[in-house]
Design a protein around this ligand. Structure first.
Ligand code: NAD
Length: 420
């Protein structure tokens, strides 16, 4: 019988490995093995046809040692407590790598969002926000968008929280539309950050982005935007996929046209896009094809042991959270395939969320140039910090990132006199 994939155990294994490399005592980090709070809620929803369904919702607050809990909300049929715990823990480490004053949290609802109407999405979001009301807040826990949630969903969440609290409270969530307190540059920030990280890593490897071939799994906020920015940097994006399958063009896809096609209408999928010379491909083909850069930017648990053995990518930049399994990662390391790990590569989203939160708390708005400059400075610094840690311990970038995060969290924890 094959072992059931347990994403939370995988994060803990990665953390343990980094803690050992760093020479920590278990006492120093044992609290990080246990989320501080786990909440599960039942969300009753009246469907458009008049029937009632009940969906399970989750919010996990993993660590608040360095600041308010921070992390997205995802709507996906595979969501369960273990997945949300894993994602919340990754947020703790991600915020520490970025050196922003947040802890880690994550939320989600087990629902196939692609089957909900807009009205059902709104009612679901408002009920979920109502149930979470007692445990979120600008200085407590600040959600953001993730898989199948977007700025509109964040606006509904913020509005519901504001009604319950009796005053407009934009800082309760980030990733809002700009007209209701969102930050310029937030929507593009994760994809932009991935591009910055692909560039920084290529420079260290003495490679150029110009003409580099790229395959991207996922064509949503993260994958679609990363593909666009990499294309603008001179890369040749040869393959991209979404839930309906993948497309490939040996001369490079007209990525502006592909993303433009997907974004003109809600629910559009790649299966309906066509152009001369286009080839349809599956998930495995995309993840294993010979490319200079592979960007997994859809779901977790994609680069398994099997895929890690077969992949012909020369560099992997993780857009999704947890796309590589623990065992898969060991194989990539063994094969010498460099990886920019998720907790560094996709931290552009939480970085600009932090800027949005700062703007909300100060009732101020920054121009896009300022946001982008700050994003670049923050991410380039995080990259160098991780790189230096990896060099010092002769480790992978993933171990470098986890060691850096652990060091910062354990230091803060000790200074606060924890555990007591
Ligand atoms: P999204 O909903 O905007 O897009 C997800 C994309 O993945 C869609 O194109 C969808 O069709 C595709 N997809 C779903 N199932 C697939 C499958 N089986 N095979 C191939 N493609 C599939 O979500 P997003 O915000 O782009 O998030 C994607 C990943 O990035 C998630 O792992 C998320 O946790 C992570 N992430 C998001 C942000 C952010 O700011 N949105 C920040 C950091 C990390």
């Amino acid at each position: 019988m094959t072992k059931k994939f347990n994403p939370y155990q995988e994060v803990l294994q990665t953390m343990e490995r980094a803690a050992q490399l760093l020479g920590l005592n278990e006492d120093d980090y044992i609290t990080l093995k246990y989320p501080e709070r786990e909440m599960q809620v039942s969300i009753p929803l009246t469907m458009d046809d008049g029937s009632t369904k009940v969906f399970q919702g989750y919010r996990v607050q993993h660590s608040g040692v360095r600041g308010p809990y921070k992390g997205g909300i995802r709507y996906h049929q595979a969501v369960d407590m273990n997945e949300i715990k894993a994602l919340a823990a990754m947020m703790t480490f991600k915020c520490a790598v970025a050196d922003i004053p947040y802890g880690g949290g994550k939320g989600g609802v087990a629902v196939d969002a692609t089957k909900l109407s807009k009205g059902e999405m709104e009612r679901l979001t408002r009920k979920y926000a109502t149930l979470l009301y007692p445990i979120v807040g600008p200085h407590i826990d600040v959600p953001a968008p993730d898989l199948n949630t977007n700025p509109e969903v964040m606006a509904w969440f913020m509005d519901t929280y504001s009604i319950l609290r009796g005053r407009l409270t934009p800082a309760v969530v980030t990733g809002k539309p700009v007209a209701v307190g969102g930050s310029l540059g937030r929507t593009e920030s994760t994809g932009k950050g991935i591009t910055l990280m692909a560039k920084a890593m290529s420079q260290k490897l003495n490679r150029s982005l110009k003409g580099a071939t790229v395959a991207v799994q996922g064509a949503g906020n993260v994958g679609g935007t990363a593909a666009l920015f990499l294309h603008r940097e001179g890369c040749k994006v040869v393959a991209i996929s979404d839930v309906s399958g993948g497309i490939y063009h040996e001369d490079g896809l007209d990525i502006e046209e592909v993303i433009g096609f997907l974004r003109t209408e809600r629910g559009r999928l790649l299966k309906d896009y066509d152009t001369p010379g286009l080839k349809r491909i599956g998930n495995e083909e995309l993840l294993t094809m010979p490319v200079d850069i592979l960007i997994p930017a859809a779901l977790g648990n994609q680069i398994t042991e099997d895929i890690a053995r077969k992949t012909q990518a020369r560099l992997i930049v993780e857009g999704a959270n947890g796309p590589t399994t623990y065992e898969g990662d060991l194989i990539l390391e063994e094969r010498g395939i460099p990886v920019v790990p998720d907790i560094l590569a996709n931290s552009g989203g939480v970085a600009v969320s932090y800027f949005e939160w700062q703007q909300n708390l100060q009732n101020f708005s920054w121009d896009e140039d300022k946001v982008n400059r700050r994003l670049e400075n923050l991410m380039v610094k995080s990259f160098e910090d991780v790189w230096n840690m990896a060099q010092k311990y002769n480790s992978s970038m993933r171990m470098g990132a986890y060691m850096l995060a652990l060091d910062r969290i354990v230091t803060a924890s000790k200074l606060r006199g924890r555990p007591f």
